[in-house]
Design a protein around this ligand. Sequence first.
Ligand code: AMP
Ligand code: GLY
Length: 423
Amino acid sequence: MKVLVIGSGGREHAMAWKLSQSSKVKSIFIAPGNGGTHLNPKFKNIDLTNINLLADFATKETIDLTVIGPELPLSKGIVDLFKSKKLNIFGPTQRAAQLESSKGFAKDFMYRHNIPTAKYKTFKTSDEAHQYINEQGAPIVIKADGLASGKGVIVAMTEKEAHDAINFMLVDNKFGDAGAKVVIEEFLEGEEASFMVICDGKTILPLATSQDHKRLLDRDIGPNTGGMGAYSPAPVVTEEVYSKVINEIIHPTIHGMAKDGIPFTGFLYAGLIIAKNGNVKTLEYNCRMGDPETQPILMRLKSDLFEILYNAALGQLNSIKIEWDSRTALAVVLASAGYPENPKLNDEIYIEDRLIPDSYIFHAGTIFKNNKLLTSGGRVLAVTALGNSIKEAQSKAYEVINTVKFNGAQYRKDIGYKALNNN
Ligand code: AMP
Ligand code: GLY
C-alpha cells in the first residue's frame, strides 16, 4: 500500500515512522516533510502544500491512504476535496473541522450539547468586549475565533492585559479575519491533559492519555509555545477522570456532531482541564493529533497504525483493537534560539551516530541543504524515549539529548515533573 502523510513536524515524522512499521505499507510520501524524513530512505519528501496539487499527486500516484497532521489543510477542506475525487483520506470534513477552526463554533456546540466548558461570550465589536471585561474582571481569557498559529489565546491575569488583547484583535486587526471575532471566557484552574480519540463517524477508539508542557520555561513559566515536551500515560487522568471524559465530553461530542448533521471522522483531541475536585472541563478541541503528544503516544502503540487508520477511513473501526506498551514514553522538544517569538534559523545540527535503545529523535524544524542538516523552524527536534517509569523515560530522553548539538538550542529540563509529583 502507498501512504501520503501531510505535514512537516515532529508529529508527522512520528506518524510516518509508525506507519512504516506496518508490513502492508510499501511506500510513504510526506508532503512537505523535513530534514529527518528526507534523510530516511524509507520516506520520500514531496514539496507540495497546496491541497489541489496534493489531490493531483495522490491521484497520479494511486495513494491508498492519506493521513493529515496539521489543522490548516483540514480547515481548507482537504478531506472534502479528496473524497470528491474518490481518494481514501482519514480526517474531518471542513465543516466538522470547525470544532478547531472556530472557537465560537466549538463553544456554541459545547453549550448546545451540555459539554462541560468555561462560561463565555462572543464579541465582534471592541466597545462591548471592553465593557464585558470591566464587568467580569481578571483573570480572564481572550481567544481569537479563528486559527492563529497557536498565538490566539491570551490568558490575561490583569484587566489591562485583557483590554490590550481586545485592542490587538478587534481594533488593530493583528490576526486579520481570525481575530475579527473573539471569545471571552472564564479563567479555569486545574491541571491540563490531552485526550485523543480516533473516530470513523460512529465507533470511537480512545488513544493513550498524555500531557503537554505549553510554557517555554521550567515550572511552567514564560510564554506559551506549541508544546515543549509531553509524556504518556498521564497519571492525572485517573480511572475516574477517564470515564468522566468519555461520558461527559467524548461521547456527547461525537453524538452531538452526528445529531447536528456533521458526522465527525478523524482524530478528535480534547484539551482538558482537571480541577482539584476531579471535575473536568473542555478547554478546546483540535481535529488532529497533538504535537508533541503524538511522539510519545505512537512510541507506545503496539498495534499496526496503518491498519487502524485505513479501517477508520473506511468506516470499519469496530473491527479494530488497539494495544499499548505499558511503559511510559516521554518527549523533550529542542527549540531554536529565539523561539517562540523569533526563532533563529540555519544553524547546523550535529547528531552523534549512537543508537540508544527504546529512543527516537523525531525531526520538526529541520532541513537538509548543501549536505548539512540545518534548523528551519522554532521547534527543531523531539527526543523521545521509553522507560519502565516516568523517571526512567525522563533520564533516557535527557541522555539522548546529550547526543544532539546546535547553537542556541533551548529545552526544558523538567518534562514530566507533574507526573513525578503525582506518583
Ligand atoms: P487553547 O488553545 O484554547 O487550548 O488555549 C491555549 C492554552 O491557554 C491552554 O492550553 C491553557 O493553558 C490556556 N487556557 C485556555 N483557556 C483557558 C481557560 N478558560 N482558563 C485557563 N486557561 C486557559
Ligand atoms: N501540543 C498541543 C497541540 O498540539 O495543540
